[in-house]
Design a protein around this ligand. Structure first.
Ligand SMILES: Nc1ncnc2c1ncn2[C@@H]1O[C@H](COP(=O)(O)OP(=O)(O)O)[C@@H](O)[C@H]1O
Ligand SMILES: [Mg+2]
Length: 317
């Protein structure tokens, strides 16, 4: 049975179409990512799947139960982690777990809570106020809280927003571990390409309420991957001079040229345009898959040249 099955889901807020008929499924035990920019409809999807809001039309099943008609059955089987803080700083780790246990009606919670704290390396901190925790510790506590009632599926809405790189890598490891050892399926949303690529078995690219593609990162790259040459220009460009090199898109003062192999045409592309201020190459990656599918880059996601050179060097080895 699928952990999650979404069919033709539509959500409107007045005139705003937040979800415009999306369909996808998450297999049992899978780590699945919804990858998209701000406003794509990620949080709306999670809210519908966790029973916080109702779809306008379409259907969604979680662990085989209808999210609208069988909300109680759904809630019993899911855990939820959001980027907003859900732990209480004044309380200790154990007290936070106790509240969570009461919310979910978990009896004999204490033993399981202590077990989880040990599992996440928080045993020594069990009776310390959470306000003194590092970000990584707090994140692990959130996961422990989400797992307390033994859910089959964890939903995580942009779980690593605001974490530094170290804490983010640590969190990915925690997600992999609980997925492996507790057998829980994970549906997470993210606007970080690397997160989708490194952590998720399969990814759905979502943009403006629609799913543009679904597949493993490798499948998506094989099918939609391109190199992108990004030119920052002083004045409007005669696009026809660039079309011989590949498809061209313009985005706020920038010109994006999609090509198969950026290195081979880079010099000619730069020569073809007057007033180039800067040049960037994006090698085929989920980032350029996203550009190819949506015509724009995910906001706030910038790949600098150093990173690309490192990647190119790594690939050549
Ligand atoms: N409660 C709401 N009322 C009106 N519009 C909303 C509401 N929640 C979300 N939206 C709109 O729906 C769209 C999708 O939002 P959201 O699901 O939060 O996207 P994401 O989480 O991918 O950033 C956006 O255009 C957003 O402004
Ligand atoms: Mg959101």
């Amino acid at each position: 049975m699928d952990a999650v099955l979404v069919e033709n889901l539509v959500k409107r807020y007045g005139d705003v179409v937040a979800l415009d008929g999306i369909s996808f499924s998450v297999a049992g035990g899978e780590i699945f990512g919804l990858l998209g920019p701000n406003g794509a409809g990620k949080t709306t999807t999670i809210k519908i799947l966790t029973g916080l809001t109702r779809p306008t039309s379409g259907r969604a099943l979680v662990a085989g139960f209808d999210v609208v008609k069988e909300t109680r059955e759904v809630k019993r089987r899911i855990g939820w982690i959001s980027s907003e803080i859900i732990v209480d700083d004044e309380l200790t780790a154990l007290e936070n777990l106790e509240i969570q246990a009461r919310l979910h009606g978990v009896s004999n919670w204490r033993e399981r809570a202590l077990q989880l704290l040990r599992y996440f390396g928080l045993a020594d901190a069990a009776n310390r106020p959470v306000g003194k925790f590092s970000t990584g510790m707090r994140k692990r506590l959130e996961v422990a809280m989400a797992l307390l009632h033994g859910p089959e599926i964890l939903f995580m809405d942009e779980p690593t927003v605001g974490l530094d790189v170290g804490a983010r890598l640590g969190f990915w490891e925690v997600v992999r571990q609980i997925n492996r050892e507790f057998g829980v399926a994970v549906l997470l949303t993210t606007h970080y390409m690397e997160e989708a690529e490194e952590l998720c078995r399969r990814v759905a690219v979502i943009n403006k309420g629609k799913i543009a593609a679904v597949g493993t990162p490798d499948e998506l790259k094989a099918k939609y991957g391109v190199d992108v040459i990004e030119l920052e220009v002083e004045k409007p460009v005669d696009v026809s001079r660039l079309t011989p090199f590949g498809e061209v898109a313009a985005q706020d003062g920038k010109v994006l040229v999609k090509t198969r192999r950026a290195e081979e045409v880079l010099a000619d592309v730069v020569k073809a345009v007057d007033g180039v201020k800067s040049v960037k190459i994006k090698k085929s990656s989920l980032d350029t898959v996203f550009i190819n599918l949506t015509g724009a880059s995910i906001e706030g996601e910038q790949t600098d040249l150093r990173k690309i050179y490192m990647r190119v060097r790594r690939a050549r080895r």
